[in-house]
Design a protein around this ligand. Sequence first.
Ligand SMILES: NC(=O)c1ccc[n+]([C@@H]2O[C@H](COP(=O)([O-])OP(=O)(O)OC[C@H]3O[C@@H](n4cnc5c(N)ncnc54)[C@H](OP(=O)(O)O)[C@@H]3O)[C@@H](O)[C@H]2O)c1
Length: 223
Amino acid sequence: MRYAVLGTGVVGRAVAGKLASLGHEVVVGTRDPRATLDRDDSFAGWLHEHETVRPATFAEAAEGAEAVVNATGGAASLAALTAAGAENLAGKLLIDIANPLVFAEDLPRFEPVDTDSLGEQIQRAFPEAKVVKSLNTMNADVMVDPALVPGEHNVFVSGDDAGAKQAVTDLLVSIGWPRESVIDLGDITTARGAEMLVAAWLRVSLALGHHTFNFHIAGARRG
Ligand SMILES: NC(=O)c1ccc[n+]([C@@H]2O[C@H](COP(=O)([O-])OP(=O)(O)OC[C@H]3O[C@@H](n4cnc5c(N)ncnc54)[C@H](OP(=O)(O)O)[C@@H]3O)[C@@H](O)[C@H]2O)c1
C-alpha cells in the first residue's frame, strides 16, 4: 500500500518507519523538504537510515498515496491538510493521530475540546476523506511497538466510515496490536473522548516519570 505520512516529528518518523518495515511504500510529507533537511539534522539522519522512505511536500506526498496519516502538530493540522489538498485526500483513508494541544506555560490545554474535536474539524473540512482517529492516546514508540507495554492495553478507533475503521483495525493488527485490543468508540464525534483522554495521559506521564505506558480498559469485551 502507498502511504503518505504527513509530519516529520517523532510520530511521523515512528509510523513511517514501521509502515516501511512492513513493506509499504511510504512518502513523508513536510512543508518544504529541502528546508526541513537543512534545518533538522536528526530528520536527515533518520531518512538516511530509512532509505526506502522519501520526503516530499504535503501535496506531493498525499497525491501519490492511497492512504494518508496525519502526524502534524494539532494546531497546524488543518493548515497542513489544506496544503496537502482536498483533492488529494478525497476518497482516501485519513488516519488522524494528532492532538489539539495548545502549549501553555505548564500543561497544554485543548482547543477544540468538549463539544468538538480535531478529528471532527478535519472530517468537516475534508468531507470526502474517510477520517479515522486512532493511536493518539499513547506515546509514539508504543503506537508502533505495543509489546513495549507488558500485558493487555488498548487502542481506540473513531470514525464515520465502517470500512475505513476496519482497514485501520487490520493495519493495527499488522503492526502487532491484538485484534481484541482495538476498541471501536463509534462515529467521529467520539474522537472528543479519545482526544480528551490525553489530558489524563499527560498527568500520568508526569506521575510515572516516563512515556512507556498505555491505557487498559478492564472488561473491554462488549457485554
Ligand atoms: N509525541 C508523541 O508521542 C505523540 C503521541 C500521540 C499523539 N501525538 C500527536 O501527534 C502529532 C505529531 O506529534 P510530533 O511530536 O511527532 O510532532 P509535532 O512537533 O507536533 O509536529 C510536527 C509536524 O507538524 C508540522 N507543522 C508544524 N507547524 C506547521 C504549520 N504551521 N503548518 C503546517 N505544518 C506544520 C511540521 O511540519 P514541517 O515538517 O514542515 O516542520 C511537522 O511535520 C501531534 O499532533 C501530537 O499531538 C504525539
